[in-house]
Write a protein that binds this ligand. Structure first.
Ligand SMILES: Nc1nc2c(ncn2[C@@H]2O[C@H](COP(=O)(O)OP(=O)(O)OP(=O)(O)O)[C@@H](O)[C@H]2O)c(=O)[nH]1
Ligand SMILES: [Mg+2]
Length: 294
């Protein structure tokens, strides 16, 4: 009998959840940046082997919400916990005290589902700190096991995969063998542009930007035409993103186009615009338009 189910990856911002999703699926589906709060939606990645299909859900980092977008991010976490058959609680071994989230722990306890604790970034710490972290976390008894991993280098991932395979319920596959992603190409295109923005922009600006793909047209035998809009909250932010004589926007356009072409596997004409949408992070109407829903 085959096994199949949903596996939610949860933890504080920046612990490496998206890096793990990409490593487990073997494709760069989720965007990754050195900054916290990069992921804003649930991202589905399917991994199928002979007998086992695991549908991984990357989630936004757990935080104390201060505005509507962050509230929706926490709702994505709750939804993922509700949908999942197996939960992965990810902690950063370089800072396990601060990355072990108590509220998330209580959500795990209430969900009462099989859980694994993934102690990430072990490439950054050697020997003793890992053991200490594991001792410190031994109170997390709900975890079937604590697995030290490096999502970046791939260490411990076979052990993690085996463990998840054991915990998944029996059942038929939900997706065909060759499916890896379940979200539309438009979503990933918008995310790849946002990845460039988060990487390039400083301070608060990454958090004030959203990207919407307005047009996605495949032309016969040629390039795909994509028109995307970067939304910001203030006119001054628009100025920064465009740059003097447009050089910043040009740079964002060039690098994100290259990434999009790699992702889609063909050439793209990227038409990139910047618009102001005042306080969009606080407005349900705008949030819905940009793809952020509960
Ligand atoms: N050294 C090291 N760095 C890692 C590892 N895993 C992730 N990182 C780095 O940690 C940073 C955050 O990684 P993400 O995968 O974006 O983290 P996240 O948990 O998805 O973050 P949010 O989406 O903001 O919640 C990036 O700079 C990664 O390269 C790891 O195993 N070792
Ligand atoms: Mg992420």
């Amino acid at each position: 009998m085959s096994k199949c189910g949903y596996v939610a990856i949860l933890g504080r911002p920046n612990v490496g959840k998206s890096t793990l999703l990409n490593a487990l699926v073997g494709q760069p589906l989720a965007i990754i940046t050195p900054k916290p709060q990069t992921t804003r939606n649930r991202i589905f990645g399917v991994s199928t082997t002979d007998e086992i299909q695991a549908i991984f859900l990357d989630t936004p980092g757990m935080l104390n919400p201060k505005y509507r977008l962050q509230e929706l991010m926490v709702k994505q976490i709750d939804k993922a916990i509700g949908d999942a058959d197996v939960l992965i609680f990810m902690v950063d071994s370089t800072d396990f005290v601060n990355s072990f989230d108590r509220i998330l722990q209580s959500k795990f306890t209430k969900a009462w589902k099989p859980a694994v604790l993934a102690l990430n970034k072990i490439d950054q710490v050697k020997g003793k700190p890992v053991l200490e972290a594991m001792e410190g976390l031994s109170e997390f008894q709900q975890a079937a096991e604590i697995v030290p991993i490096s999502a970046l280098r791939g260490d411990g991932l076979d052990q993690l995969r085996d463990l998840i395979g054991k915990l998944l319920p029996e059942g038929p596959f939900l997706y065909p063998l060759d499916v890896i992603a379940t979200q539309p190409e438009r979503f990933f295109v918008a995310e790849l542009i946002r990845e460039e923005l988060v990487n390039l922009l400083r301070q608060e600006l990454p958090y004030a930007t959203a990207v919407k793909v307005e047009e996605f047209r495949e032309k016969e035998g040629g390039k795909t035409y994509i028109r995307a809009i970067i939304f910001v909250e203030k006119l001054s932010q628009k100025g920064i993103i465009i740059g003097t004589s447009g050089e910043v926007l040009k740079r964002i356009g060039t690098t994100s186009r290259q990434k999009i072409e790699l992702f889609l596997g063909h050439q793209v004409y990227l038409d990139l615009w910047v618009k102001v949408r005042k306080n969009w992070r606080k407005k349900d109407f705008d949030l819905r338009e940009f793809g952020y829903t509960a």
